[in-house]
Design a binder for this molecule. Structure first.
Ligand SMILES: Nc1nc2c(ncn2[C@@H]2O[C@H](COP(=O)(O)OP(=O)(O)OP(=O)(O)O)[C@@H](O)[C@H]2O)c(=O)[nH]1
Ligand SMILES: [Mg+2]
Length: 382
């Protein structure tokens, strides 16, 4: 029997990036395209060309204008490219029309993020969450995806017979619906388990700290630095690519009492999936129970890549996402990371209120980690 994953087409390595908007010279648009490049590379695509178009209103059928479609079609034909990735959110109809006209696989921003998540998720919970989000995304797009598949000589070849194709799509829809119901049930069981564990932690009085922040900010590296100093568990995976972490890791840290070395305070620190601008809503919904760890933490550490020129936007996106997952009321320490490679207007820690602190650190060199630790202790160990 054909698996649901078979409906997702195979991809080639080289790709083209495309984006359209009213103000293509704006900071936001440029940054979005730069991020799309990072997302494509995180999925092992190699962008071979970038196409940008200024539009007042998206074309309902193709998002970009017909001239641009022809331009891209020629480029990908000449260069043997099999995938075009759009930075815009495309409707199911637009994906279907564009994959017809361009005769290649078409992904939008949500599609590429889902691809990365699918490749990276390892624990059974994360795998189920990603599968759920993917199925939800696929449901209205089955037609376009079947076309992609049939174009590549896959099992969707029967699309030449329209009636059979439509019937097949109906069957796929039903099968996907059933699978989603199974996943919902299993995920709610995992969530119950999580609640039991959480209850135990609360009973034992162990405080929890959640590392959150924009993807690639250095959350996992910071956790590793803290593990080296105060923990004894295995290091976590950290790498210079978007969404290196997808599965939540929790590590136990022990802070020794300055006056009495025999005494120590214990905290649990969690590292989880990072945030990004325009993160697909379905993905946040699918990962809600994982992200809720942050909402229930005693302290949130918002890790920011201070060396990134867009760090203000990153802080804003993180704040918004935290509010969306119900973590708006948890105390936050903002950690401006990567200070070793940053020239900032200020390199002094900022305290603007009881619950609003910013610390400048380098998870790589260890600079500022003592000050951060003191703040963590003051917040959760008193
Ligand atoms: N120069 C410098 N690089 C750092 C520092 N902290 C992290 N990095 C680098 O930044 C990259 C991303 O680090 P990660 O720790 O994987 O970032 P993350 O926030 O966990 O990212 P995701 O899991 O992908 O969301 C890696 O190449 C790190 O070596 C730092 O203090 N200074
Ligand atoms: Mg990470």
């Amino acid at each position: 029997m054909k698996e649901i994953s078979d409906i997702i087409p195979e991809k080639s390595i080289k790709c083209v990036l495309a984006g359209a908007g009213e103000n293509v010279a704006s900071y936001g648009f440029q940054n979005g395209m730069q991020e799309l490049d990072g997302l494509a590379r995180a999925c092992e695509y190699e962008p071979a060309g970038v196409f940008v178009q200024r539009i007042n209103r998206p074309n309902p059928a193709t998002f970009i204008g017909s001239g641009k479609v022809i331009e891209i079609a020629e480029f990908i034909k000449d260069n043997g490219i099999g995938t075009v990735i759009f930075n815009n959110a495309l409707s199911p109809l637009q994906i279907s029309r564009l994959s017809d006209l361009l005769d290649c696989q078409v992904l939008d921003r949500t599609g590429i993020i889902l691809e990365i998540f699918d490749r990276r998720a390892k624990t059974s919970e994360a795998r189920m969450q990603v599968e759920y989000a993917r199925l939800q995304y696929m449901l209205p797009r089955l037609e376009g995806m079947r076309k992609n598949l049939s174009r590549q000589g896959g099992t969707g070849g029967s699309m030449s017979n329209k009636g059979v194709g439509e019937k097949q799509i109906e069957l796929d829809k039903r099968r996907i619906g059933k699978r989603m119901a199974v996943l919902r049930k299993r995920l709610s069981e995992v969530e119950k388990n999580r609640l039991v564990m959480r209850g135990r932690r609360v009973k034992n009085g162990i405080k929890t700290v959640a590392l959150v922040g924009y993807t690639n900010a250095g959350k996992s590296t910071l956790l590793n630095t803290l593990i080296t100093r105060y923990g004894n568990g295995d290091k976590v995976y950290a790498e210079d690519k978007l969404f290196a972490t997808l599965d939540t890791t929790v590590r136990n840290l022990r802070f020794q009492d300055k006056d009495d070395p025999g005494k120590y305070a214990e905290v649990l620190v969690s590292d989880t999936v990072g945030f990004i601008n325009d993160i697909p809503h379905d993905l946040i919904k699918a990962f809600r129970s994982t992200l809720e760890e942050a909402a229930l933490a005693d302290l949130i550490i918002n890790v920011v890549d201070a060396s990134d020129e867009h760090h203000d936007m990153h802080i804003e996106v993180t704040k918004q996402t935290l509010t969306e997952i119900g973590a708006g009321a948890v105390p936050v320490i903002t950690v401006m990371n990567k200070c070793d490679i940053t020239v900032l207007d200020t390199d002094r820690d900022i305290v603007t209120g009881e619950k609003d602190r910013t610390v400048f650190v380098s998870a790589r060199t260890g600079e500022g980690i003592d000050r951060l630790t003191d703040l963590i202790k003051a917040e959760v160990c008193s």
